[in-house]
Design a protein around this ligand. Structure first.
Ligand code: AMP
Ligand code: MG
Length: 413
């Protein structure tokens, strides 16, 4: 049986090379840039005023308070005229081009109208003050975003600044979510004795969606070798196949066997973790196939531990795993030793550190209790008891981090 670390390393090593695709600017959010971006112009592109005020020659202000003749007005987007000569000033707006002759802008708050066509500068202003020289932020031709950069909102703005209507990013894999199980019925059905509604397909779809991937959800496949074989070949039209259920040791768990028969080479089967020991991962050509355990909590957790990193690596992310922090456990928690335990918890900021509240559930089917978790605390395999006050590593489940942040300045109180 592989350890978590070994299995994760294997999975990441099997992810196919990212491929670049062109997308419109706004579709690039949350993706990884596949080429460097160079500045196509200087920033700012002209000598620019940071303030509303008066463009002046700084040497004329050393004796402030001083009256200067106002010889014009320049607004943003307008030509920068007229030339500022000795003893004169040009009224200027934020973002406007500083007129020739001026080397500083005095902010309006430090001036007073001085009567007809004049202004009184109340304080001196030094050379360059409130003025950005052309190219002061970025020079034309400079690299502003390196290839491999993850694109957040600010990066989208940078791309726009330099005229990129389209962007090359790494392609996300296409994903098929394939629920299996004779007892599994669809959401709109009322389960009869022995049946369970299909939650996994929807959870897995949502987890994919959170990664920016639109998964195709297949109808439930019964526990039948031939039907499983058919759905494997349909699934192989997608880059990534996520089976749920059918990978345990039961007599009717066919997924693993059929995958092998269909030429999938399995490189992970069973990992020493809780929940989610029976997980199968294989590859066929450039397709990755995951057989996730059917229990809803196990399916959720194994997605976050293995599928998420694979999808994100596929999309070119350097750090594909869940973000980790250290926190202090709030209440004692115990476990049967043997496997590394990713235990559902609620993590929140209080005082000067993260606090971690373990959540008790009735096992790995208990999605209702699990759904109040926003994180997974990591208990090493040999730990039997973690007393309150101990430091613990937690993996943050992003997008579920709204509740319970008790930092007064950031929460609703
Ligand atoms: P399996 O991995 O197929 O042995 O299933 C383990 C448990 O998970 C069983 O109790 C199943 O009923 C349950 N299960 C399997 N698939 C789903 C699903 N799509 N939605 C909810 N529960 C499921
Ligand atoms: Mg099953």
């Amino acid at each position: 049986m592989l350890s978590y670390e070994e299995a994760l390393r294997e999975v990441l090593a099997q992810v196919p090379e990212p491929k670049a695709v062109r997308v419109p600017l706004r579709k690039s959010l949350g993706r990884v840039l596949a080429h460097p971006v160079l500045a196509d112009l200087d920033l700012p592109p002209f000598k620019k005023s940071f303030m509303d005020g008066y463009a002046v020659r700084s040497q004329d202000t050393t004796t402030a308070p001083v009256k200067l003749e106002v010889i014009g007005v320049v607004a943003a987007g307008r030509p920068s005229q007229p030339r500022v000569e000795a003893g004169t000033a040009v009224q200027i707006m934020t973002g406007a081009a500083v007129p020739p002759g001026a080397d500083a802008v005095q902010m309006i708050e430090k001036t007073r109208p001085g009567g007809a066509e004049t202004v009184e500068l109340l304080e001196p202003v030094s050379k360059g003050e409130n003025v950005a020289a052309q190219g002061n932020e970025v020079r034309q031709g400079e690299t502003v975003l390196v290839s491999g950069r993850a694109l957040g909102a600010a990066e989208v703005g940078v791309l726009a600044t330099f005229g990129h209507q389209e962007v090359e990013v790494y392609a996300a894999p296409t994903v098929a979510v394939i629920p299996t199980g004779d007892e599994i019925v669809e959401v709109e059905e009322k389960p009869v004795f022995g049946q369970i509604r299909n939650s996994n397909a929807h959870t897995l779809w949502a987890q994919c969606h959170n990664l920016g991937v639109d998964a195709q959800v297949f109808p439930v496949t019964p526990d039948d070798p031939e039907r499983t074989r058919e759905v494997v070949s349909q699934g192989l039209q997608y880059d990534l196949l996520l089976f749920s259920g059918g990978v345990s040791m039961g007599e009717y768990d066919y997924v693993h066997r059929i995958l092998e028969e269909e030429g999938v080479s399995i490189f992970v089967q069973k990992v020493a973790i809780k929940p989610g020991k029976p997980i199968v991962v294989g590859r066929k050509g450039d397709h990755l196939i995951f057989g996730l355990p059917g229990n809803p909590v196990s399916a959720f957790v194994t997605f976050e531990l293995f599928v998420r990193p694979a999808v994100r690596r596929w999309m070119g992310f350097q750090s594909p795993c869940l973000p980790r922090v250290w926190g202090e456990v709030v209440t004692e928690t115990r476990q049967k030793p043997g496997r590394k335990f990713f235990k559902q918890a609620r993590t929140f900021w209080k005082g000067d550190k993260f606090r971690v509240e373990p959540i008790e559930t009735r096992g790995s089917a208990d999605l209702v209790a699990f759904s109040s978790a926003n994180s997974l605390m990591v208990l090493e395999a040999d730990v039997t008891c973690l007393p309150a006050g101990e430091r613990v590593e937690v993996l943050l489940l992003d997008n579920y981090f709204d509740e319970g942040n008790e930092d007064e300045t950031h929460s609703r109180g």
